[in-house]
Design a protein around this ligand. Sequence first.
Ligand code: CTP
Length: 222
Amino acid sequence: MNFQKIIITSGATKEWIDPVRFISNASSGKMGFHLAEEFKNFSGNLIYIHGSVLEKYSSPKNSKIISVETTEEMLNAIINEITENTLLIMAAAPADFKPKKQSEQKIKKEKENNFFIELEKNPDILLNVKSFVDENKLENVIRVGFAAETENLEFNANSKLKKKGLKYIIGNYVNKSSLGFGEVESSVKIFSSTKLEKEIIDSSKEKIAKEIYHFLSHEFKN
Ligand code: CTP
């Protein structure tokens, strides 16, 4: 692979509501970690930017490790690292929304039974990184996304691929009780803008990472 850099993001970001509470999601960091491990023999710079992950998924071999908390911090870390010759694989699950205001003190229970938090949209990292690279150098920045879906995988994954202008998107079903997030087996489909490129069925995340690695190294072989 003739990239100078490969940036792999992993895990969930956190958005604080008050000093003890936050909004996040169930991503464990397992997929991003195993992907980074697969790239350990990559001759350029391998950068692992992780949000909240299980300890065992925090330090893949042979990579520069950057730990972030919020979605904005993840975006900024990527912007600091990205060069005109980078493969960016966004396996992270950044929080899409953050509280409009963060309370400096712990919020006390109100007398009312309902409590409202106003949320505002976080930046979409895959969409935003493009604007930090020179337009004429953009063609050497390759962005690969994941699409975590609970329904209509093919349609939703392809819509995200187009909307975000990605080279590939890796779609999988997620559900808190069984598939996708966390430790368990899962099936994924890799789409390009023209077709379903590859399907990996009922495999561990280690196996899926290996297959994704083989697919990408074949696509970008020198
Ligand atoms: N992503 C991103 N920035 C965000 C949210 C997601 O770059 N603020 C990336 C993820 O890392 C993933 C891809 O976009 O590679 C798709 O993420 P997903 O959560 O499936 O979809 P969203 O774009 O957040 O859309 P929705 O939540 O409406 O499904």
